[in-house]
Write a protein that binds this ligand. Structure first.
Ligand code: UDP
Length: 326
């Protein structure tokens, strides 16, 4: 299938381009390179364009016949979204409407969207399944929930069928070592812990040690980026088979505390990671763990890299191979 991968120069998008290439599909990356990297796109055509530019989107979608659009391009920092909701609603919601409108205008019928566990807000039940109420507590989560809602309405009105994947904590890197996480600034736990292990930062700050969890630190469900990409291929098949729009939660169903992740990183790297305890970060629920039974049942999705050590080991391999991108 010919697939437009929007945000294909970013962390998850670049792994998706590789996954599509490996599966024999034809990805075309569209990215504005605001945070992505041109050299991260592992193959296929590249279009430099911004989601704000509707005519550029129309031109890209009119130039060839796409079987599907996959949308990975968004701002991802929860704290920043609280300070600058304008950026998040505009980029993550309004600009996504541009893309959806352009897809409808071009006659594209399938849309796969990167959503997030942040749409659920403070969980009322864990593990979190698709029946959990949507109650985002920050503009990042709200902007993604708004896209999910708009996609449901576009399906009814315009026949644009979609799959929304709510990622829990995306982590890891391509096992071949050529693709990985390169955010600037980096805010995510695993790359920061690995930078500390490599001596590139003096320590790792642990945000809060008084949560109601066994060791007092937050618990998250870390899911390997390759497992996320595998689910997208299955989502593509799901839509190709004419099945209805559907949202899926994606995680391993097992949670690891911040201190457990640090211990896993020490084990994998063979280095010690100095820990500094810091205040809680705003908007961090104590425990986020996915119930991904629906994806397992309907898509036959089975994570191949569920072990936290394997996730950290792949991230470490990329980190060591790419000193320039640390
Ligand atoms: N975290 C931390 N120190 C850091 C970065 C993150 O203690 O320098 C914690 C954070 O509070 C959360 C977990 O690590 O409990 C995962 O955070 P991350 O930013 O990686 O992902 P998020 O859960 O925000 O999607």
């Amino acid at each position: 299938m010919k697939v437009l991968v929007v945000g294909g120069a970013g962390y998850i998008g670049s792994h998706m381009v590789q996954t599509l290439l490996d599966a024999g599909h034809a990805p075309v990356t569209l990215d504005n390179l605001s945070s992505g990297h041109r050299d991260a796109v592992p193959g296929g055509e590249f279009i430099l364009a911004d989601l704000a530019d509707r005519s550029a989107l129309d031109a890209a979608l009119a130039a060839q016949s796409f079987d599907a659009v996959m949308h990975f391009a968004s701002f991802i920092q929860v704290g920043e979204s609280v300070r600058r909701p304008d950026l998040y609603y505009r980029n993550n919601f309004a600009h996504t409407l541009n893309l959806m409108d352009a897809a409808v205008a071009a006659g594209v019928k399938r849309f796969i969207f990167s959503s997030t566990a942040a749409i659920f807000g403070e969980p009322v039940a864990v593990p979190i399944n698709e029946g959990h109420p949507n109650a985002p507590i920050n503009p990042y989560g709200a902007s993604k929930a708004m896209v999910e809602r708009a996609l449901a309405d576009y399906d009814r009105a315009f026949g644009l069928r979609s799959v929304c994947f709510r990622y829990f904590n995306a982590a890891g890197a391509h096992p071949r070592g050529h693709l990985g996480e390169r955010h600037d600034p980096e805010t995510h736990l695993i790359p920061l812990v690995l930078q500390a292990a490599a001596g590139l930062r003096p320590n790792i700050q642990v945000f809060g040690n008084d949560y109601p969890t066994p060791d007092g630190t937050c618990i998250r469900d870390y899911i390997h980026v390759m497992d996320l990409c595998a689910s997208h291929l299955q989502g593509l098949e799901w839509l190709e088979q004419g099945k209805p729009s559907q949202a899926f939660n994606l995680g391993n169903g097992s949670g690891f505390s911040v201190l457990e992740v640090i211990r896993a990183a020490e084990e994998v790297t063979g280095r010690s990671v100095p820990v500094v305890h810091a205040p809680r970060r705003d908007g961090d629920p104590a425990r986020l763990v996915a119930d991904a039974a629906l994806a397992r049942d309907l898509l036959k999705w089975v994570p191949r890299y569920p072990r936290i050590e394997a996730i950290v080991a792949d991230a470490w391999r990329f980190h060591q191979a790419h000193p320039a991108s640390r």
